[in-house]
Write a protein that binds this ligand. Sequence first.
Ligand code: SAH
Length: 225
Amino acid sequence: MSLRMRLQPEALGSGMTSQRVRDRLVERLRGNGISDERVLNAIRTVPRHLFVDEALATRAYEDTALPIGHGQTISQPWVVAKMTEALMQVEPTRVLEIGTGSGYQAAILAALGLEVHTVERIGELLRTARKRFRQLGMNIRSKHDDGRIGWAENGPFDAILVTAAAPALVDALTEQLAPGGILVAPVGPASSQSLLRLHKDADGRITQQTLGPVVFVPLLSGMID
Ligand code: SAH
C-alpha cells in the first residue's frame, strides 16, 4: 500500500468525518426535536463513520440509514436519538438491545454510561461490531442468538430497545423488563411500522404509547453465521 493511500483516513478525519461535521449532525437533530443533551452529547462523541464500511464513511454524518451488508442497515441517527431519548426518561442502568447490527446504537448507550447487553442473529455482523467495541475500549456484553428470546440470565433490564420490526410485541422481552422499565420497539408490517414505547410500572402494569411512524428491517427468527 502506498504512503498516499495510507494517509487517506487521516485526510478523511479532517474533512467529511471531522468533529465539525458531527456537530452539524447534532444541530440538525436538535432542530428535529431531539432535546436530551446527554443523548446529543453521545452522538457528538461516538464516531459513526467507524460503524460503516470505509467506502460510506463520508456519508456517515448524514441523517440517513446506510447499508451494513447482509441486507441490514445502520439506523438513521434521528431514530437512534429518538429511541435513546425515550429510554433515558427512566434513568436506566442495565439495558438490552436486540439487533446489534453495526454496533452503533449499542455504542451510543455505552457512551451514556449504561450497562449494555446486545444480541444479534447474524454472526458476521456481530464479529465486526465486537471489533469496533474493542477498538473504542467499550465494555459491551454481546451474544450471538435469536434476540426474540431476550437474555433472561442477565435480566431484568431497566430498558429494552428492539432495532428490528416485529408484527407484534414479543412477550419474552416484555417479561424481562424490570418494574419501572421501558421498552422501545418498532411494531407492524414493512409498509406501516410504528415506534412503540411501553412502560411497566412498579406493580407490573403496562401502558403503551406510539412515538410515530418508522421504517426498520424485519425481526427474523433463528440465527446464521
Ligand atoms: N442497532 C443496529 C441496527 C441494525 S438493523 C445499529 O445500530 O446498527 C437490525 C439488526 O437486527 C440487523 O443486524 C439484524 O440482523 C438484526 N436482527 C433481526 N432479527 C433479529 C433477531 N431475531 N435477533 C437478533 N437480531 C436480529
